[in-house]
Design a protein around this ligand. Structure first.
Ligand code: NDP
Length: 333
């Protein structure tokens, strides 16, 4: 059976320079890798890692042509696995999906059963993809803050890269849980967007990064950092005693400069977040939370639904940090 997918292909010129082109191609189910579960993807979503894969980042995808898409939700068409049956609605996020395994930018995927989470009752495939990997990453960050004892009454929390996917869900979850949230963004007009998620104050990234002092005034009881790089180094200097920082992202750089002072003078904790390789039962628990007590009523016009044809433009926008919030991709029936 034939289906459509957004494929990324590589061309290498005589000088050995590689260029990458995204186009919609027709594939056959036989082109998919072996796996226990064949899924008809109803919705996927756009994450930063997809933008990297679609533009030839070898740290994400080694071989081309390739179908990106680290998220997928839809109906099982065929399964050889116990406990997963044709007709089941499932979510697949992370592991190798969209990295070196054909991903959710195709109308069909074939994956190991060990990657499939049932869509919780009350949640649709689209609801799941509005959260996507960004959503479970934000949720895991909030869970870590809660586990380390950060309480809403203890002072403000900072969310960096606030208008991106992870940042948006982090703002939405934290304000829902009663935390006072301050956002940090590189976008000059971020305030009106962040206000829609209950965030009243937005710091400008360039002003945030001006000081080179080893320590700065203590401002944040907790922080969700989606950016890394210089931003993360500055966040650490601004934490209150026993402040807790979660780090998930690299959009602002993979390396950061820090001293030991935040750790030895203020007892700051820096906690890593991985939503990709964690065990499936942990992912399933997060999905249950997002479908129930952490459900978000998305403000109007804060989630974009696009077709496969529109994905390349949105990838460019994401790489320029010009996009807002979450983008879901609806596959044609
Ligand atoms: P988005 O592109 O949606 O958001 C990233 C945001 O970071 C942008 O919107 C922008 O926010 C800010 N930003 C972008 N470029 C820069 C820059 N050069 N310097 C400083 N800030 C920048 O991506 P996602 O929300 O999908 O992912 C966020 C990060 O988290 C990515 O690095 C991604 O790889 C990582 N990630 C990690 C996961 C894990 O398991 N550890 C899982 C999912 C994502 P603004 O304009 O508001 O400043």
């Amino acid at each position: 059976m034939k289906f459509k997918a957004l494929r990324v292909s590589e061309t290498v010129d005589k000088a050995g320079k590689a260029t990458f082109k995204q186009s919609i191609e027709t594939l056959d189910l036989n082109d998919l890798p072996a796996g226990d579960v064949l899924i008809k993807v109803a919705f996927s979503s756009l994450n930063y890692k997809d933008a990297l894969s679609a533009t030839g980042n070898r740290g994400v995808t080694r071989q081309f042509p390739h179908t990106p898409g680290i998220d997928a939700a839809g109906a099982v068409i065929a399964s050889s696995a116990d406990g997963i049956y044709a007709g089941d609605q499932v979510i697949v996020t992370g592991y190798d999906l969209g990295m070196n395994t054909a991903g959710g930018f195709g109308q069909y995927i074939r994956v190991p059963a060990a990657w499939c989470v049932p869509i919780p009752k009350g949640m649709t495939a689209k609801d799941a993809m509005v959260f996507g990997t960004a959503g479970i990453t934000a949720a895991l960050s909030v869970i870590k803050l809660e586990q380390r004892g950060v309480r809403p009454e203890e002072g403000p929390l900072l969310v960096t890269g606030a208008t991106g996917g992870v940042g948006t869900v982090a703002m939405a979850l934290l304000t829902k849980l009663g935390y006072q949230v301050v956002a940090m963004s590189g976008k000059p007009d971020a305030a009106s967007y962040c206000q829609r998620f209950g965030v009243g104050k937005v710091l400008d990234r360039s002003e945030f990064l001006t000081s080179k002092k080893p320590m700065l005034s203590a401002r944040w009881r907790g922080a969700v950092d989606c950016v890394g790089g210089e931003v993360l180094g500055t966040v650490l200097k601004q934490m209150t005693p026993a402040g807790v920082v979660t780090a998930c992202g690299l959009a602002g750089g993979t390396e950061f400069c820090a001293s030991v002072f935040p750790f030895i003078i203020r007892g700051v904790e820096l906690l890593g977040i991985d939503s990709v390789e964690i065990p499936l039962n942990q992912k399933a628990a997060v999905w249950m939370k997002l479908a129930n007590e952490w459900r978000i009523d998305w403000p109007a016009d804060t989630v974009k639904e696009i077709s496969l044809l529109q994905v390349p433009d949105h990838i460019q926008s994401m790489l320029k940090a010009a996009h807002y919030g979450r983008v879901v991709i609806k596959h044609e029936c």
